[in-house]
Design a protein around this ligand. Structure first.
Ligand SMILES: [Zn+2]
Length: 187
């Protein structure tokens, strides 16, 4: 189902489309679909997200303000005294789950330190290549970058990765190390 189809079901879609989360909504739905969430769950989470977006707008917040602390602040300090106009979704457990799905989608560049270390710079370029040249979904990129991060750090530490020094045996060693550590249910 497309993002437009999901939004069509949402009574408060303007809270998303005209709010601070408008640029993240499509990626949000895409991420939940990658995880095979049911349409009914995605619609419920979007109602939660719309409520959070409405509150953020009232507080003058932008996506760069979002972190676990802000989500907890909203849950603990806003929901108990919420007077936002109905219909609004405020189921606590569902709200927390819905909002935590936002965290992996936040633009890393906003919070990135001014000076990246060499491994981070390499990973940044790799992530950019996956996203914009290969056209992969955000979550897929994030998994791949995480694995490559573990590989590069294991081989080069925090020093500059010298890609030309890498050999097939380095990859074999890394995969063998993973195979030893991972349980059958790991991903
Ligand atoms: Zn509210």
């Amino acid at each position: 189902m497309s993002i437009d189809a999901f939004l069509a079901h949402l009574a408060r879609r303007d809270w998303l489309t005209q709010g601070p989360l408008s640029s993240l909504t499509a990626s949000y739905v895409e991420a939940l679909q990658i995880y095979h969430y049911r349409g009914s769950t995605i619609r419920a989470y979007l109602r939660c997200l719309a409520h959070f977006s409405y509150w953020m707008k009232g507080e003058g917040l932008t996506p760069s303000s979002i972190d676990r602390e802000l989500i907890e602040h909203f849950m603990r300090n806003h929901l108990p005294i919420c007077t936002c106009p109905p219909p609004r979704r405020s189921v606590v457990g569902e709200m927390r789950a819905a909002l935590h799905h936002l965290l992996p989608l936040l633009p890393a560049a906003d919070g990135a330190p001014a000076e990246m270390d060499p491994v981070e710079a390499e990973l940044d370029r790799f992530g950019d290549y996956l996203r914009h040249t290969c056209g992969l979904a955000l979550l897929t990129c994030s998994y791949r970058v995480r694995h490559v991060a573990a590989f590069l750090t294991g081989r080069f530490g925090r020093g500059t990765p010298e890609i030309e020094l890498l050999a097939a045996t380095d990859i074999d060693d890394f995969l063998n190390g993973l195979a030893v550590r991972w349980q059958p249910a790991s991903r």
